[in-house]
Design a protein around this ligand. Structure first.
Ligand code: GLU
Length: 311
């Protein structure tokens, strides 16, 4: 029997950080459940943070809907939900710090200009560096970018192993404040993970390629680097990530326990068949006690249909 500790005893602080651009679907529920189980297995604190920063992509009512769905699945944030839309001042401070030490510079380039002169990297065009040494005369700043270099950024992911990126070649100087005045996800996530003292980040492997940018920013801002665990991403029959774009269905919150068992099957947690018919609370409690993330080592994607039946 494991000793009962209170969340604050263990020092572990994890989070689930959905963007309210639509309903919670199977893929996002996997990240919610995985981060919750890892936190609770370690007697930690689990938080929900609403990443409602990209206002043009946010959908009215989606944040409340996501929180209601999480509640139906027994996933309750241990502290009040933090909304990124209310954190602009903190992002401004971080940008000022990057500006003052020369790490961030203004950029006037349009998307088209970049596309016309850039080579392709891991995530589309690598910024060609046009504004690195100043904005051409007669042009106006639109965005702020962070200057990168080609020193290896390396981290050891709990499931995906050692990951290395050379930011300047593979990503390029990246945007921290966008031309529309909004702060970029990469900056906001780092500022908020530090603000919330997050020690462990458990999320989908679709964000694996973003992690080196976040670690680079953590270095520049003098922030602590959390431990990363990237779970396999749920994909459909065509191998596409389940998302709003691929028309992933919202999770059914009226019958949460069977869906939770599907999530556990997806995560290779092997819930016993006798759990069918149990309540969400019972299934979650079993899952915390029997959390074995190592069964997912090296797996970046899995078809969601694999979890369709109890095995
Ligand atoms: N808000 C991001 C998303 O929904 C996740 C951010 C994170 O977990 O770091 O894809």
């Amino acid at each position: 029997m494991r000793k009962k500790l209170s969340p604050s005893d263990s020092g572990y602080r994890g989070r689930f950080a959905p963007s309210p651009t639509g309903h919670l679907h199977f893929g996002s529920l996997v990240a919610a459940v995985g981060s919750y189980l890892d936190a609770k297995y370690h007697h930690g604190t689990w938080l929900v943070r609403m990443e409602d920063l990209d206002t043009p992509r946010c959908v009215t009512g989606a944040a409340d809907n996501i929180l209601r769905t999480l509640d139906a699945f027994g996933l309750h944030s241990d502290e009040p939900v933090l909304y990124q839309s209310q954190r602009t001042a903190a992002y401004e401070d971080a940008l000022r710090m990057l500006q003052s030490n020369g790490a961030a510079y203004p950029c006037c380039c349009t998307r088209k200009e970049i596309a016309d002169s850039a080579l392709n990297g891991i995530e589309g065009p690598v910024y060609p560096g046009t504004c690195r040494n100043g904005i051409p005369i007669g042009r106006e700043a639109r965005a702020w970018r962070v200057r990168t270099n080609n020193e290896a950024v390396e981290f050891d992911d709990v499931l995906q192993g050692c990951c290395t990126q050379y930011l300047e070649n593979e990503i390029g100087d990246f945007v921290v404040k966008r031309a529309d005045g909004l702060f970029a996800y990469q900056l906001a996530v780092v500022v908020d993970d530090a603000f919330q003292c997050i020690t462990h980040i458990v999320r989908g492997a679709d964000l694996l390629d973003s992690t080196p940018r976040q670690i680079y920013l953590q270095h520049l801002l003098g922030l602590r680097i959390p431990q990363y665990l990237h779970l396999p991403v749920a994909v459909n029959e065509s191998g596409e990530k389940l998302s709003k774009q691929t028309l992933a269905a919202p999770v059914d919150e009226t019958h949460p326990a069977p869906t939770l068992l599907r999530v556990l099957n997806f995560l290779k947690q092997q819930p016993p068949t006798t759990m069918a018919g149990s309540s969400v609370e019972t299934v979650l409690e079993w899952a915390i006690q029997n959390w074995h993330p190592e069964r997912l080592i090296g797996i970046r994607a899995l078809p969601s249909s694999d979890a369709a039946t109890m095995k």
